[in-house]
Design a protein around this ligand. Structure first.
Ligand SMILES: *[C@@H]1O[C@H](CO)[C@@H](O)[C@H](O)[C@H]1NC(C)=O
Ligand SMILES: *[C@@H]1O[C@H](CO)[C@@H](O)[C@H](O)[C@H]1NC(C)=O
Ligand SMILES: *[C@@H]1O[C@H](CO)[C@@H](O)[C@H](O)[C@H]1NC(C)=O
Length: 620
């Protein structure tokens, strides 16, 4: 577990819709779910031979962190030595922290003799699987340094298993870990750069305040969860190195790993640098990374913490889980699943769906299935919007619990990264080509604008057909409420703001009739000549409004100043947001000024690394 407080939470649930993650070419959706035995049948099981397809350079290091608990460390080492290492060479590194020097310490002699006893035991301990290395500290460094200094990966094929001394592992643990590494690290089709490791501990804690209960159904054997699991954490080399460099930078600059809305931030404020997990958690949140967990049912796990008295516990609390050993095995723990059929959970234990990167109509259909029914969808154009502004907007969506949104923009690394983090995106260029609307004659920046217009027109058609109302917004607008214009159900099919790229389309039989009847082609026919003239009227709202008028549609026009507030480069003075639902600015405005104005309005919610300053959980 991650720190001093432990929560005891039960387990249940799940639905499904998986998306192929990070594989540009694979467009398939979840294959059928096979449920012959409801208890112990995996979805899409794959048998893996743990000795197959692995790099000759694969190295597994065990890093035992010990202190002053003889009984703990001896139990821990014995359990490690009892595991089956499949004939692999596995090295054991033992880091023994020193006791702190206190003045007037009557117990120095007994502390010294306990240390000697531990050293003697460790020296005499027979490790026949590889090298044994002992590091005995000269002073007390504490758990944070014990963890962080335990490992600097020497290659991308080196893995570390960090073991606090009050853990006990199952004799089966290594077979499981190796199988996970074979399947999720060395098999390119199941690899994700978002995965930082695998933990052997049972998931039992949700760090986001007011988060969901930790519930999984019996068929969920493996899943991804953002939280580190320190009672049996295996670390993957690349993310760990990245973390160490990140920690270094932030520590050196005097930054703190504060993350509002997280229980762990409270621990940090209380005990500070004694623990390392608040730093790691902050890093994971800013990078959008995940950990592999197993759900072995009946409170079983491949490693358990005895929670012996020490830094984390005033007094011994006893084992947190049942150790899963052969005799209690009622299913094959080595059965793996493709990454695409696993579920992903954030710090609120809310399901996230990474990899929704839409390039064609089929993928758009899949994306629609992943959204919540009933609600409207916000379709947001990111053309010309800086990363910082996009990230700030998404933090606001998290705050407002807006989950039905789709971002669209020209292809870029950051667009792809947004999808990796679980935000649905449309790659406008590929999408427009895929719908056969790529015979556009405009050039340069007007071409990008026109592609955006065409994509919007097409996407709205799909939304209307699928009974979704659509709000079309631009990234240079920031919602401050999840209800725009008080319009739970406006009577008009369409609504436009006078001077903003803001548009609403209701899904109704009459709107469907207009929008599905060759409407997209009409949009193309009108936009393309305007683009060639580089006309200032090249705007989605302008074009569709004209076309809708020609079709006799009912359009409501609203004055944007009635619900929105415009910000500019000069300070706001005394003006306040009041009950305005939207803040907007010119796309020409400099990022610095946007940030300043939004800070004045308390609407700037990201840090210097562009990650949300808070985790906001909503029950789902
Ligand atoms: C499997 O599920 C059935 C009910 O669906 C239950 O009766 C049975 O005890 C379960 N088996 C195990 C091993 O949990
Ligand atoms: C293994 O490591 C050696 C030395 O670093 C390197 O030259 C070789 O390419 C590696 N092999 C593989 C398959 O990664
Ligand atoms: C890699 O993973 C894919 C998807 O799970 C699977 O179909 C394939 O058999 C795996 N390859 C190997 C060599 O195990």
């Amino acid at each position: 577990m991650v720190g001093p407080k432990r929560h005891f939470l039960p387990i249940i649930l799940i639905t499904l819709a998986a998306f192929i993650f990070y594989t540009y070419h694979n467009t398939s959706l979840p294959s059928s779910i096979i449920d012959s035995n409801p208890n112990f049948t995996l979805r899409n099981p794959i048998q893996i031979n743990p000795n197959s397809i692995i790099s000759p350079n694969f190295t597994f290091l065990i890093k035992v962190l010990a202190f002053n608990r003889f009984d703990s460390v001896s139990r821990c080492l014995r359990s490690l030595a009892a595991a089956d290492y499949l004939g692999d060479r596995v090295h054991l590194h033992i880091y023994i922290d020193h006791f702190a020097f206190l003045t007037d310490d009557d117990s120095v002699d007994s502390k010294l003799s306990e240390s000697r006893r531990i050293l003697e035991f460790v020296d005499g301990f027979d490790w026949k699987f590889g090298e044994k290395v002992v590091l005995y500290r000269t002073g007390n460094v504490g758990l944070q340094a014990q963890w962080l200094e335990a490992w600097w990966p020497s290659s991308d094929d080196e893995f570390a298993f960090v073991v606090e001394d009050d853990l006990e592992v199952s004799s089966l643990y290594y077979e499981f870990v190796k199988t996970v590494i074979v399947n999720f690290y060395y098999n390119a089709s199941n690899y994700s750069p978002s995965i930082f490791g695998v933990t052997l501990q049972r998931a039992r804690f949700v760090p986001g305040k007011h988060g969901n209960k930790l519930q999984l159904d019996d068929q969920t054997r493996l899943f991804l969860y953002q939280l580190v699991g320190t009672w049996g954490q295996i670390l993957f080399p690349k993310p760990w190195k990245e973390f160490r460099l990140w920690y270094d930078k932030n520590k050196a600059k005097g930054n703190k790993p504060f993350l509002e809305g997280m229980v762990t931030t409270g621990w940090y404020k209380k005990i500070g640098e004694k623990i390392w997990t608040p730093w790691f958690i902050k890093f994971i949140q800013s990078h959008g990374y995940f950990n592999i967990y197993a759900n072995f049912l009946h409170e079983r796990a491949l490693s358990v913490s005895h929670r012996d008295a020490g830094v984390n516990y005033g007094k011994t609390a006893g084992p947190d889980s049942q150790l899963l050993e052969e005799r209690s095995l009622d299913f094959n723990i080595l059965e793996m699943q493709p990454l695409s059929s696993l579920k992903w959970f954030d710090f609120c234990f809310r399901e996230v769906r990474p990899g929704r990167y839409v390039r064609n109509v089929e993928e758009l259909g899949a994306l629609l299935h992943s959204l919540q029914k009933r609600d409207s969808i916000f379709l947001i154009n990111l053309l010309g919007v800086s990363d910082a502004v996009v990230r700030n907007l998404l933090c606001h969506f998290e705050r407002l619990n807006i989950r039905n949104y789709i971002l669209m923009g020209p292809p870029s690394d950051s667009l792809f990264d947004l999808a990796r983090r679980g935000h649905p995106v449309i790659n406008v260029d590929q999408f427009v080509s895929s719908i056969g609307m790529n015979k556009l004659t405009s050039q340069g920046s007007s071409l990008e604008t026109i592609k955006g217009i065409v994509a919007k027109a097409y996407v709205i058609k799909k939304f209307i057909e699928n009974k979704y109302n659509t709000w079309v917004l631009h990234g240079s607008m920031l919602l401050t409420s999840d209800v725009l214009l008080e319009s739970g159900d406006p009577k008009d099919d369409f609504c436009v703001a006078n001077n903003l790229e803001l548009f609403y389309a209701k899904s109704s039989p009459s709107s469907e009739k207009i929008w599905t009847n060759g409407f997209v082609s009409k949009v193309v026919a009108m936009a393309d000549p305007l683009g060639r003239k580089d006309s200032t009227t090249l705007s989605f709202v302008y074009i569709v409004t004209k076309l809708l008028e020609q079709n006799g549609a009912s359009i409501r026009r609203v004055d944007e100043t009635s619900f929105g507030m415009k910000i500019g480069s000069s300070g706001l003075g005394k003006s306040s947001l009041g009950d305005k639902k939207l803040v907007y600015w010119s796309t020409e405005m400099e990022l610095n000024s946007i940030q300043k104005r939004l800070e004045e309005l308390n609407l700037w919610s990201i840090d210097s690394e562009l990650s949300c300053t808070a985790v906001i959980c909503h029950k789902s």
